[in-house]
Design a protein around this ligand. Structure first.
Ligand code: NAP
Length: 257
């Protein structure tokens, strides 16, 4: 009951895995969630345990109300608290396609995970955090949304993704505003170009862009870079900030001449 507890969605691999590992390193218990099977989450669980924390794996689709309920309930039954929710699960379009040809189905699929899933998991988890704070089990809560540089950068071959991430930014502001009085601070991490399975198909393109200087810091970002930022937030160094955006992007956001 002493250790703080985080839920990290989409944590079987990639950025979510990096976040789970860094949280475990700073002494947090981690509830690993992913739509994929618990067997596929085993690698992350092992990393969390190697870092000296307990961890649990919970299979669940954030777009399904019953799965969101099950995720929250399992964490409460196991640890009795939820100190932080990291909304990391997110998808891009199955096929990158010029926005003039994009299908309604692709738009719906991406928005369902990135917007609806994220919004309603936050709503449910925040309500549980409020009850825990009210009961004196914990003093405060945190929600961290993983958006993207795509929240403000146009990529016409994946408009649905850009729109969804812009919505995640507004969601951060809305929840930050609403939940401040409840003792819950809300933050947004905007990753840049990060080496994960999601970016594998465009790896050559990004290698070239990075070499040409698209980011002042000329390298790929890694899941660890995002994990370290979350670990800093988890460690409680930003108690007077909410709705805050952290650009973890090698300086991509700087407008340059
Ligand atoms: P990733 O390697 O594709 O990992 C995402 C994980 O989320 C996958 O394991 C995926 O499972 C899971 N997931 C998908 N839909 C889910 C759902 N409905 N419920 C629960 N889990 C679900 O992607 P990543 O690169 O680590 O990205 C993580 C987050 O960072 C995403 O929100 C992404 O938009 C954001 N981001 C990434 C980059 C980048 O350069 N990589 C940059 C900016 C922002 P399945 O594979 O089984 O579907």
């Amino acid at each position: 009951m002493d250790k703080k507890v985080a839920i990290v969605t989409g944590a079987s691999r990639g950025i979510g895995q990096g976040i789970a590992y860094q949280l475990a390193k700073v002494g947090w218990q981690v509830a690993i969630n992913d739509i994929s099977s618990v067997e596929k989450q085993a690698g992350t669980l092992e990393m969390v345990r190697d870092a000296g924390s307990d961890g649990i794996t919970i299979q669940g689709d954030i777009t399904k109300a019953a799965d969101r309920e099950f995720l929250n309930q399992t964490v409460l039954d196991t640890y009795g608290r939820i100190d932080m929710l990291v909304n990391n699960a997110g998808i891009g379009p199955r096929v990158r396609m010029d926005m003039m040809e994009m299908s309604e189905e692709s738009m719906r699929e991406v928005l369902e995970v990135n917007i609806y899933g994220t919004f309603f998991l936050s709503q449910l988890t925040a309500k549980n955090m409020m009850k825990l704070i009210e009961a004196g089990t914990m003093q405060s809560g945190k929600i961290v949304n993983i958006s993207s540089i795509s929240a403000y950068t146009s990529s016409t071959s994946r408009a649905e993704y850009c729109i969804s991430k812009a919505a995640v930014s507004m969601m951060t502001k809305l929840y930050a505003d609403r939940l401040a009085e409840e003792g819950i601070n809300v933050y947004e991490i905007r990753p840049g170009i990060i080496k994960t399975p999601l970016t594998e198909i465009v790896s050559d393109k990004y290698d070239k862009l990075i070499a040409e200087g698209v980011t002042p810091i000329k390298r790929w970002g890694y899941p660890e870079d995002i994990g370290l930022a979350i670990a800093a937030i988890a460690s409680g160094y930003f108690p007077f900030s909410t709705g805050q955006v952290f650009n973890i992007d090698g300086g991509f956001h700087i407008q340059r001449l």
